[in-house]
Design a binder for this molecule. Structure first.
Ligand SMILES: Cc1cc2nc3c(=O)[nH]c(=O)nc-3n(C[C@H](O)[C@H](O)[C@H](O)COP(=O)(O)OP(=O)(O)OC[C@H]3O[C@@H](n4cnc5c(N)ncnc54)[C@H](O)[C@@H]3O)c2cc1C
Length: 468
């Protein structure tokens, strides 16, 4: 679907041995026992067979893998956490540069910065930074990689207070298409840093990312509250009126879904439609309690799990619901207004969802996200008050197409209130026009100029591709 198939390239044994001997990490080949495990990614809809997997131990391995792929004219796929929805982090017949072994994090508590290697997940990152009561906006699921997440934008529970993950990226070391290591920071290659704040993996492989981190937790007022699915319209209307009143410390989303067989939900509702509202308050707990009270006052919840919990517990709370292997397709939209018609359209699409595992997420944007302007980074759509994500998900291939068609129809139903593009990390393979709309024409042209400078041959094209 998203990637082109490259005819398997015949590589001589001597060539492969030379590559292998030059690595501190591992070269994994199709005949190796762990090849199938090593090539698999989170989204089971994509089943690809790279010719080689270079599991890098450090920068030198990444440089070597890039040089090798370029000189052998092999396609390059880059793997951080492996959560790419369009399956960009694997390929057929090319070289998979696997960063999953590069997970060190160095925190400077006094300077409030953290330097993380490009293969870290949010679980790795939060574990280290929370030891000092520090955090940056991470994923809603802790197994997501910091690499793809941050370079594409990065929306999460701290975004309204701290900005997107990419807004807090203050430097990065990047192996570019020519195999060089380039430092991008606010005083050095600042234009590259601008592009890395939303432009994805287009310019090279980030071996390390430096973040500004903020005092958060370690205990926060957070969690989900669930209501019966037949109250979807009431909850969405409440959400529309409530969200504009909220301070930046509170980030929330509405989830229109079906109750999973989870222990925190009464057995009687398992398999029935439910509406979740999830909130995280990154501030003083008592103030958080006051802010979520109007939500609790809606009354008669199926389960109310909003309370004081460790920030890292909140970060991992949803992990069991998002195990790897299922077939997934996401679509996204930046929503300008929740009109009555938009609310009605959302509810109708919710009622029409073909599988219990498919769901609709409406995130409240704004706050710090909106205040960082286009001058700060390439990420587009930041002035929208809401970002919408529709998840088509089925356990296997059976029924998946119907879910994909439903997801497409759902973003179409929201077109009257949404912008042309969407959030690139929540999309399938977007294509040129949708990408241009997602970044805005001016940002897109700036990204094309950067691409021409750092990757004129488009070696890094398995991504939401900015074509040189
Ligand atoms: C279960 C799940 C939950 C999610 N939750 C959120 C969420 O809360 N908020 C949100 O904003 N997004 C979320 N996403 C989307 C997520 O941000 C993207 O899928 C992102 O690309 C994942 O990053 P990764 O490193 O895990 O992905 P990978 O599949 O490893 O990489 C995806 C692409 O990113 C690039 N890339 C990755 N690492 C690097 C690197 N170090 N250097 C250069 N390029 C790199 C490459 O182009 C690669 O093809 C979620 C996705 C899933 C599957």
């Amino acid at each position: 679907m998203a990637t082109q198939t490259i005819t398997p390239h015949v590589l001589g044994e001597a060539t492969l041995s030379e590559l292998e001997q030059g690595l501190r990490g591992r070269l994994i080949r199709p005949q190796d026992d762990d090849y199938d495990e090593a090539r698999s990614i989170w989204n089971g809809a994509h089943d690809r067979r790279p010719a080689l997997i270079v599991r890098c131990a450090g920068v030198a391995d990444v440089m070597r893998a890039v040089d090798f792929a370029r000189s052998e004219s092999l396609q390059v796929a880059v793997r951080g956490g492996g959560h790419s929805i369009p399956g960009f982090s694997s390929c057929d017949g090319g070289v998979l540069v696997d960063l999953s072994g590069m997970t060190s994090v160095h925190v400077d508590p006094a300077g409030r910065t953290a330097v993380a290697e490009g293969g870290c997940t949010w679980a790795d990152f939060d574990h280290e930074t929370q030891a000092f009561g520090l955090a940056v906006t991470g994923g809603l699921v802790s197994t997501t990689g910091i690499g793809g997440f941050t370079l594409g934008g990065g929306i999460g529970w701290l975004m309204r207070k701290c900005g997107l993950a990419c807004d807090n990226l203050i430097a990065a070391d990047v192996v570019t298409a020519d195999g060089r290591l380039v430092h991008a920071g606010e005083d050095e290659n600042a234009e590259l840093l601008w592009g890395l704040r939303g432009g994805g993996g287009n310019f090279g492989i980030a071996t390390s990312l430096t973040f500004r981190v903020h005092p958060v937790g370690p205990m926060v007022l957070a969690g989900p509250i669930f209501f019966a699915g037949d109250r979807a319209e009431e909850i969405l209307r409440f959400y529309r009126d409530w969200t504009p009143t909220l301070p930046d410390e509170l980030t929330t989303l509405v989830n229109l879904t079906t109750a999973p067989p989870a222990p925190f939900l009464p057995e009687a509702v398992h398999g029935k439609p439910i509406v979740g509202v999830v909130a995280v308050h990154a501030g003083e707990q008592e103030r958080g309690r006051e802010l979520v009270q109007p939500l609790k006052d809606l009354g008669d919840p199926i389960a109310d799990l909003i309370g004081v919990m460790p920030y890292v517990a909140m970060q991992g709370l949803l992990d069991p619901l998002w195990a790897r292997g299922a077939h997934n397709y996401f679509r996204s939209a930046f929503v300008d207004e929740l009109t009555d018609e938009a609310v009605a359209a959302l509810v109708a699409r919710y009622r029409a969802k073909p599988a219990p595992t498919s769901e609709l997420h409406l995130h409240h944007f704004g706050g710090a996200v909106a205040r960082y302007g286009d001058h700060h980074g390439a990420f587009g759509g930041r002035s929208a008050p809401y970002v919408f994500n529709v998840i088509a998900r089925s356990p296997g291939a059976e029924g998946f197409d119907a879910n994909v068609a439903w997801a497409r129809g759902t973003t179409e139903a929201l077109e009257p209130v949404s912008r042309e593009g969407g959030y690139t990390n929540f999309m399938g393979d977007a294509g040129d026009e949708r990408l241009r709309a997602s970044y805005g024409a001016a940002n897109y042209e700036r990204l094309v100029a950067l691409k021409r400078r750092y990757d004129p041959e488009n070696l890094f094209r398995l991504n939401q591709n900015i074509r040189p």
